[in-house]
Structures are given as C-alpha cells and as structure tokens.
Design a protein around this ligand. Structure first.
Ligand code: G4P
Length: 531
C-alpha cells in the first residue's frame, strides 16, 4: 500500500499552461494530448476554442461554460507518467479562476509568441507562479513565423520577469528560414521539414554545429548567427542547474512551433525529465504535509456550476495533496467540522463524466453536489491539517449591483451569497452612501454577465448591473485611522466581505496621487487568503 502510494506520487506531474491569448496554448495542449494518445480529448479542446470564438449571446455563454467544465482537468499518460493538465481560462473567460488554478499546480509551462515576446497576461500569470516558487518551463512558439532575435527574447525573460533563462535548445533560423532546433544537451540537431501537417525528422547525429547537415540546410548568414549565439551561450559556461529549475529560479527554454508539432515532444520530454512530482504543502499550523502522508487530504481550488439545465449541479474541484482518495470514503470538511462521505466524485473527460474510484496526490477530483463547499476548503481524513493555499486576487473591474424587484429580494440575496461562496466575484460595500451600495469586483468583465445570467436562470431574480469606473483596489492595515487620511476626489473608501478596509481608485494616476498625499499609509495589493 505504502509502496503503491510512493509509486503513484512519483509518476504524477500536475501543471498548467500560462500564456497571453493567441500565443498558442490551445494548439500546444492539443499536441500534448496527441503524445498522450488522448486523441478524443484533443478534439474537445478545439471544440471549446471554436465555441469561444463565437459567443456572446446567452446560449453561447451557456455552451461555452459547459465545455469549459469538461476541460478543467485533462489527464493523460505519456511514457510512465500520469499527467494532469489544468486549464487556465484565458480569453474572454479570464477570471480569478485563472489565478486560482495556478495555486493547484506543481509546475507551469509558459507559452510565448516568439514574434511578440512577453505580453501582459503572461506577466500577471507568471507572477502568481513565481510567488509560489513553482518551476516554470518556457516554450517560444511560432518560430515558423517571423520571430524576434532569440537572444533578445531570453534577455526579456531575465529583465522583464526577473528569472534566469537556460535555452535547452536553440532555433536554427526563424520564419521562412526556420530549419529546426539544435539541442544543446545532446548536441544533436532536429531538422524541421515544411510539409502539410508538419513533420519532425528524427534527431540527426551530428559532430557539432559545423556538421554539413546543419551548414547546408541554413542560409550562410543565418548559419553564422546561430553559430555565434550558441558559441556565446556555451562560452558563458553556465551548466544546466536542475535545482534552480525546481526552485523556480531558472526557466528552461525550448523553441518550436506548436502548430507544426515541432519541438513539442522535446518540450514535453524535457518537462517530464526536469520537473518534479507533487510536493508538500503547508498546513495552517506551519507543518508540511507530505504527499506520502498516509491520510487523504486536499483542498478546493475551483467551484464550477453547470449552466446546462439538465445537469444543474455544482462541482467542487479538489486537488489531492496527500494520501489516497477512494470513492465513497469518509473525510472531514474542516470549515464546518462535518464528516462527509465523498460520493459523486468524477473525472471529467471530454463532455463525459467518469466516476473516479481512486486518486493520488497531484490528481484533481470533482466532487458533485456538495453545496456547502467553498473555495479554499480543506477536506481531510487527518483533522490536524488545514490548508491555507488559496489567495484571493485583486479585481480590476467593478460594477454595482441592485435588485430592481423587491419581491425577489430573498432569491436575489440567496443567489448572490451562493455566487460569492463559489468565488465567481468579490463584494464590497462603499462608505458614505445614503443607501447601501453593493459593489462587485472581478478579474475579468465576463464575470458580471455570468452573475446576472445565473441570478436570473438559477434563482429567478432579476438584477441591474452597472459598470463602475474603478479599476484598482488596495487594502489598508486593520489599525489604520481613516479619519486622518487625505482622501482625494474620486477615491472611495469601502469594506470587503471579510471586513478588510479598502480604497478604490479610478486609475494608477489616482493611486499615485493618494500616495503623495498620504505617504505614511501602507497599502496592500492583495486581499489575503480565503477564510
Ligand atoms: P491560445 O489558445 O493561446 O489563444 O492560442 P491558439 O492555440 O488558439 O493559437 C492562436 C493562433 O495561433 C491560431 O491561429 C493558431 O493556429 C496559431 N498558432 C499556434 N501555434 C502556431 C505556430 O507554431 N505557428 C503558427 N504559424 N501559428 C500558430 P488562428 O488563425 O487564430 O486559429 P486557427 O484558425 O488556426 O485555429
């Protein structure tokens, strides 16, 4: 039993792909799934993407959400590994969920469009990964298109993100001159053949970069550039440091083209070789819970309500941290102190739900029909464990919400409470208003549409949601004397749902001005943790 647990933990890899929209996350995901032989899943990823491209009438929203449920976790086997790839919603559906998913992974693959370099969403998502110190692997994508100088791209990783970059391979040209990659670890070339559907020629055993195979494939000026760059990198003498990778200090960099399925296998193999199995997590009392701890424990990082009227239920996604999960087992829901039977555990494959009989650290199980579950909750057999894993993230969009129909007030407020518990949105009360003003905050504006739609369709309550002009929120220390602050026009004081005092700003300029006027007031960017 113990040995089985160790073995299963050792072969688990749980990660997410972070990227800016259109960098190639969907395409890369699909190719990964092909290596895992999960062809049927690859189709569902594309389906989701197609649906996403259309939207935004309500039926579409519903469909879109339905599909995003099914692709929350993709599990596949490759080599001896069992891989859990967690989806990070990134287009219109960018939300706090995107960040929260990153609290449940052990590593991330960052996809960058080599023609563009680091873009805003990548930077934000990277920051969440960095805070947790998870290993990050970089894929420079779209080398078949005009790309920026690879040295410049590496430089950007180091300067903009502040992470060491170690190119595991190096592109042999770019755009129409892209001919393959040079693997620095094995001193072999992988040549790219431009055929419909893309092909990948087996590695070519070479004597070095001056091998005629490479020299003859490249235009002389491109060849010279490649040799100079590789010589410079090798000359710098920095060896590959796996410890630095595992500590999230250095990112191994791979070049390729997801669309052409070129360089993807090198990335996947490198990722599996250099990343690690699930690691320990800290319990609130400070002790580390090892994955091999014999008792099952896990935490809820995402709650998804199904909008399909035929399956109107909620799924709480639990990341297993330790021990073995077995269907129908009993465990404690720590926040309420209740012992519950974990029936209804499902794995979501494509559009199908499949019952899970067992799961191990690194896996994610979806528990259906437990309405009392909230984001951040710990579920465990060992009641000394409480995870503090899930941070809350500062919203960037705000809207006021009102119930225009007093007779529906009860339903309206019940629905809103439920959506808050699911972490769909955050709530704030503004100070100094004659009538109580409820302000909602979200990371992405789609959340407001979802709130309005779900209140109506699930709770039968109409709501009026009006966009508000704030874009920034900062938290104040509990003991700050707000009466002594100078509050410029346009800045508002309020309170979050956990009693935290907040200031709302229209823009960066307003924030800077406030700071100038109140140099001694400390402001926090993050609201802290759930519970
Ligand atoms: P995302 O999930 O990160 O948003 O990106 P996605 O994979 O959907 O890719 C965005 C666009 O970039 C797609 O084109 C995709 O085909 C293209 N793409 C991805 N990888 C590569 C690559 O290696 N080379 C080239 N040249 N293009 C790539 P699209 O026209 O928006 O969609 P589609 O009609 O091709 O599906």
């Amino acid at each position: 039993m113990e040995r089985e647990l160790e073995r299963e933990i050792g072969r688990r890899r749980t990660f997410a792909i972070v990227s800016h929209p259109d960098a190639g996350k969907t395409t890369l995901t699909e190719k990964f799934l092909l290596y895992g032989g999960a062809l049927h899943l690859a189709g569902s990823v594309t389906a989701r993407k197609n649906q996403r491209a259309t939207t935004s009438d309500w039926m579409e929203l519903e469909k879109q959400r339905g599909i995003s449920i099914s692709s929350t976790v993709l599990q596949f086997d490759y080599r001896d590994f069992r891989i859990n790839l967690l989806d990070t919603p990134g287009h219109k559906d960018f939300s706090e969920d995107t960040y929260r998913v990153l609290t449940a992974v052990d590593a991330a693959v960052m996809v960058i469009d080599a023609g563009k370099g680091i873009e805003s969403q990548t930077r934000k998502l990277f920051e969440v990964c960095r805070q947790r110190g998870v290993p990050i692997f970089t894929f420079m994508n779209k080398l078949d298109r005009p790309s920026r100088d690879p040295l410049e791209l590496l430089d950007e990783l180091e300067h903009v993100l502040g992470i060491g970059a170690y190119p595991v391979n190096w592109p042999l040209g770019e755009g129409t001159e892209f001919k393959g990659v040079w693997d620095r670890m094995t001193a072999q070339a992988y040549m790219f053949e431009r055929t419909p559907g893309g092909t990948f020629r087996a590695p070519v055993a070479t004597m070095g970069l001056d091998d005629p195979v490479i020299r003859e494939a490249l235009r002389p000026d491109v060849y010279r550039n490649v040799c100079d760059a590789v010589e410079m990198l090798d000359g710098a003498g920095e060896g590959f440091d796996r410890e630095a990778v595992l500590a999230g200090k250095t990112t191994p960099v791979y070049f390729g083209s997801a669309l052409n399925n070129f360089g993807v296998q090198l990335l996947l193999d490198g990722f599996l070789d250099f990343s690690g199995p699930p690691t320990s997590r800290q319990s609130r009392d400070g002790h580390l819970v090892q994955p091999s701890h014999p008792s099952f424990s896990g935490f809820v990082f995402k709650i998804q309500a199904n909008m399909d009227p035929n399956h109107r239920d909620r799924i709480a996604f639990v990341r297993v941290v330790s021990g073995k999960f077995a269907r129908d087992m009993r465990a404690q829901h720590v926040r309420t102190g209740k012992t519950i039977r974990l029936a209804g555990a499902t794995k979501l494959f494509g559009r199908e739900r499949e019952t899970v009989d067992e799961a191990y650290p690194g896996d994610v199980v979806g528990i259906v029909g437990k309405d009392g579950f909230a984001i951040g909750d710990t579920i465990t057999e060992d009641t000394s464990i409480i995870f503090d894993e899930i941070p809350r993230f500062a919203p960037e969009c705000f809207a006021t919400i009102e119930n225009p129909t007093p007779s529906e007030y009860k339903r309206f407020s019940k629905g809103l409470e439920q959506l808050l518990q699911e972490g769909v949105i955050q709530r704030y009360e503004l100070d100094d208003t004659v009538t109580k003003t409820t302000l909602l905050g979200a990371v992405g504006p789609l959340q407001f549409e979802i709130v309005k739609y779900r209140l109506e369709s699930e709770y039968g309550a109409a709501s009026r949601v009006t966009p508000a002009l704030w874009t920034l929120v900062r938290w104040l220390a509990a003991d700050v004397d707000t009466a002594r602050m100078t509050i410029p026009v346009g800045v508002r004081l309020g309170t979050d749902d956990h009693g935290g005092r907040v200031l709302l700003f229209k823009d960066e300029w307003g924030l800077r001005y406030f700071r100038e006027k109140n140099a001694d007031v400390a402001l926090r960017e993050s609201p802290g943790y759930y519970h």
